[in-house]
Design a protein around this ligand. Structure first.
Ligand code: G6P
Length: 604
C-alpha cells in the first residue's frame, strides 16, 4: 500500500524524505516521488522528482537536489490502484502551483474531474488523486485563502483520503488531513520541526511526541507549528523498535495481514458499489456478451478463490463455470471455445503456470480477464482486462488478505454479470449488496475467537492428520484452511467436501484424526451436521467452527451470527487462518517464511 512522508525543519529535507520512504519500502510500491521547496526563496520554487520502480531510481534523480537547502517537503511511494504505474501517475501530483500526496481512493473523482475540466483545469495523469490538487486550486483561486481552500477541498471529497498538500500560495505551510488510510503527525526533536508519515517506522528515533490522526482530523503546519482544525487529537509516544513498527505491533506479517483484512476489503470495494449496483471502471458489460461459459485458472490459494467464485458465478450469474489448476490445464490439450471468458487469478501476477495458461487462452482468441493484486505485472500486461484487488503488498508467504480481496472481487463480478444478464431480481441484488457492505465486519479479528484458537492450538500438535470439511463454498474454504495449516505447521491436512468423506476417507477416522468442520448456519447446516455425526460415530476428534454449538463436537470455535453465508464464510476464514498460525507458533516454525515455499513461483 502507498506510503506518505512529510517534513518541515532545518535538517536536510530531501534526505529525510528519502530515508522515510525507505522505511516504508516493506509496504510495497511501484513508483515514488518527492516535492520540496525552500520557503525563504523569494520565488518559492517547488522542485519535484519522480521515478518508476525502486527507490534507488529516485535517489539517483535527487543526487543533486540533496545538496540544496530545502526546508519543507512531501514524499510518497505508490502502489497503483487507479492508472498504471508510470512516472506521470506517481505522486506528488501537481496543479498550477501546488502539490499533493495521497493515500486512499477518491470515489467521486470522475464527477469532480469533469467539473474541473469544464472550468479549464488540465489533467495529466490517470489517477484519482490529481483532482485533489485541482480542486484546492479552484477554491484558492476564488478565495485567495489556502487554509479555507484546503478545508473546502476536504468537504467535497468522497472516499478515503489521507493527504499532505503544499502550495506556492503559502510556502510556509503543509496542510494535512486523514480519512481512511493512516497518517501520523509528529513534533521533531529540534525547534520548529514537524514530521509526517503513514506509519511509525520513518519517525522512530527522529520524532518526539506524535498524534496518530483519527478519521476526519486535519490541520496545518506553519513554520513548524502544528495546528489542528478540531480538538479530536491526542499526543502519544512512539514505539521504540522499528521492526515492531513495521509489523504494526503484531508478531508476524501474517498476523498483521489477517488483521488488515477488514480494512483492505473496504479499499477493494471502494467506488465499486455505486447507485445500488456493482460498477467496475476496468470493464463494461460487453465483456459478458456472447459468453456462455467462464473458465478460471489459478494456483494455490488463488485457485481456492476461483473455486469459491465458481459457485457464485453459477448461482448468481447463471453462467457455466469451471475451474482448473493452471499447471494441469496447460498440458491437457484443453478445448477452448470463443464463447468462453477466461479468468486468471493471481496475487503476484507472475506465477509461471497461471501466466502460461493465460497466454494459451489469448492465443486461442478468448476474452481474458485477470484478477490481480499487482498492476503492471506480467498478467495485467497480458490480459485483455484487469481488475485489481487493492490488498496492498502481502509479505507473509501464506496468503491471507490476497485471498479475501480476490473472493470479494469475484463475488462482485458475479453480481455484475448477473445484472448484465438479467439473472437476478432487484430484491436479491439488494440483499447481496447489503451483505457485501457487511464484509468488513465479518473479517474483524474478534479477541474471543483468537483466544480460543490460541488455547485450542495446543491440542493439535500431533495426530495423524487433519481433515477440513465443508460444503458448497465452504468446501474451497476447507481446502484453503488445510493449505494454510500445511504451509506453516508442516502437518498433514486435507480439505474435503463433507458429503464425500463417507466414500473413502472415513476409513481413516479414529481419535488421532482431527476433523475441522465448517458449519455455517445459512447454508446446508443439516447436511453437514449429518456428515459430522458420521465422523463422530467413528471416534474422530471433531472441532466445529459454527455460530451454533453442536453436542458432538470435542472442540468448538464459536463464530458470530450473520444472515448471509458469505459473511459466515469470511468469519470462518479468519478462524482457520488464526488456528493455523497459532499451531505454527506452538511448533516453533517460521510463520512468515515457511520452509520450502516461495511467495511467487515463477518456474513451472
Ligand atoms: C505460491 C504461494 C501461494 C500462492 C501461489 C499462487 O505457491 O506460496 O501462497 O497462492 O503461489 O500465487 P499467485 O501470486 O499467482 O496468487
Amino acid at each position: 500500500m502507498c506510503g506518505i512522508v512529510g517534513y518541515v525543519g532545518k535538517k536536510n529535507t530531501v534526505e529525510f524524505l528519502l530515508n522515510g520512504l525507505k522505511e516504508l519500502e516493506y509496504r510495497g510500491y511501484d513508483s515514488a516521488g518527492i516535492a520540496v521547496l525552500n520557503e525563504k526563496n523569494s520565488d518559492s520554487n517547488i522542485e519535484v522528482y519522480k521515478a518508476l520502480g525502486k527507490l534507488v531510481n529516485l535517489e539517483e534523480k535527487t543526487s543533486e537536489a540533496i545538496k540544496n537547502d530545502f526546508n519543507l517537503g512531501i514524499g510518497h511511494t505508490r502502489w497503483a490502484t487507479h492508472g498504471k504505474p508510470t512516472e506521470l501517475n506517481a505522486h506528488p501530483h501537481l496543479g498550477e502551483y501546488s502539490y499533493v500526496v495521497h493515500n486512499g481512493i477518491i470515489e467521486n473523482y470522475k464527477e469532480l474531474k469533469d467539473e474541473l475540466m469544464q472550468k479549464g483545469h488540465k489533467f495529466v495523469s490517470q489517477t484519482d488523486t490529481e483532482v485533489i490538487v485541482h480542486l484546492f486550486e479552484n477554491f484558492n483561486n476564488q478565495l485567495n485563502d489556502p487554509t479555507i481552500a484546503f478545508k473546502k477541498t476536504i468537504e467535497n471529497l468522497e472516499g478515503a483520503f489521507s493527504i499532505l498538500l503544499i502550495s506556492k500560495a503559502d510556502p510556509s505551510k503543509i496542510f494535512f488531513f486523514k480519512h481512511g488510510s493512516p497518517l501520523i503527525v509528529a513534533k521533531g526533536k529540534d525547534e520548529g520541526e514537524a514530521l509526517f508519515a503513514s506509519s511509525d517506522a520513518p519517525l522512530i528515533g527522529l520524532a518526539g511526541d506524535v498524534v496518530y490522526l483519527e478519521d476526519g482530523v486535519g490541520g496545518v503546519v506553519t513554520n513548524g507549528e502544528i495546528e489542528f482544525f478540531s480538538d479530536d487529537y491526542k499526543w502519544s509516544t512512539l514505539p521504540a523498535s522499528k521492526q515492531y513498527a513495521q509489523k504494526d505491533g503484531y508478531r508476524f506479517f501474517m498476523e498483521k495481514e489477517i488483521h488488515e483484512q477488514s480494512t483492505v476489503v473496504v479499499d477493494t470495494m471502494m467506488g465499486r458499489i455505486k447507485d445500488n449496483a456493482i460498477n467496475f471502471d476496468e470493464i463494461d458489460e460487453s465483456i459478458i456478451e456472447g459468453i456462455n461459459e467462464i473458465k478460471i485458472c489459478a494456483c494455490g490459494t488463488s485457485y481456492h478463490a476461483g473455486l469459491t467464485a465458481s459457485y457464485l458465478f453459477e448461482r448468481l450469474s447463471k453462467v457455466k463455470c469451471n475451474v482448473e489448476i493452471a499447471s494441469e490445464f496447460r498440458y491437457k490439450e484443453p478445448l477452448l471455445t470463443k464463447d468462453t471468458l477466461f479468468i486468471v487469478i493471481s496475487q503476484s501476477g507472475e506465477t509461471a503456470d497461471t501466466l502460461e495458461a493465460l497466454k494459451m487462452a489469448k492465443e486461442a482468441g478468448l476474452k481474458t480477464l485477470v484478477v490481480c493484486n499487482v498492476d503492471n505485472s506480467s498478467m495485467t500486461r497480458t490480459a485483455d482486462f484487469s481488475i485489481l484487488t487493492r490488498a496492498g503488498i502481502e509479505k507473509g508467504v501464506a496468503s491471507t488478505k490476497a485471498f479475501t480481496t480476490q473472493t470479494v472481487v469475484l463475488w462482485m463480478l458475479a453480481l455484475y454479470f448477473a445484472k448484465a444478464k438479467n439473472t437476478i431480481s432487484e430484491n436479491k441484488m439488494q440483499e447481496e449488496l447489503h451483505a457485501l457492505r457487511e464484509v468488513p465486519k465479518s473479517l474483524v479479528v474478534y479477541d474471543f475467537i483468537h483466544e480460543k484458537c490460541k488455547r485450542l492450538s495446543k491440542r493439535y500438535l500431533h495426530g495423524h492428520g487433519f481433515f477440513f470439511i465443508g460444503r458448497d463454498v465452504f468446501y474451497p474454504l476447507a481446502l484453503e484452511g488445510a493449505l494454510k495449516l500445511k504451509e506453516i505447521s508442516y502437518l498433514h491436512a486435507e480439505g474435503y467436501p463433507a458429503g464425500e468423506m463417507k466414500h473413502g476417507p472415513i476409513a481413516l477416522a479414529d481419535p488421532e484424526l482431527f476433523t475441522i468442520a465448517l458449519m455455517p448456519e445459512n447454508l446446508l447446516y443439516d447436511k453437514i451436521k449429518s456428515n459430522v455425526e458420521e465422523l463422530s460415530a467413528r471416534d474422530s476428534t471433531i472441532c466445529t467452527i459454527s455460530p451454533i454449538p453442536f453436542e458432538l463436537s470435542d472442540d468448538y470455535i464459536r463464530t458470530n451470527k450473520f444472515d448471509h453465508y458469505m459473511l459466515e464464510f469470511f468469519e470462518m476464514l479468519v478462524a482457520v487462518q488464526l488456528l493455523s498460525m497459532e499451531i505454527s507458533v506452538r511448533l516453533g516454525n517460521d510463520v512468515d517464511m515457511p520452509r520450502n515455499l516461495a511467495k511467487s513461483v515463477t518456474v513451472e
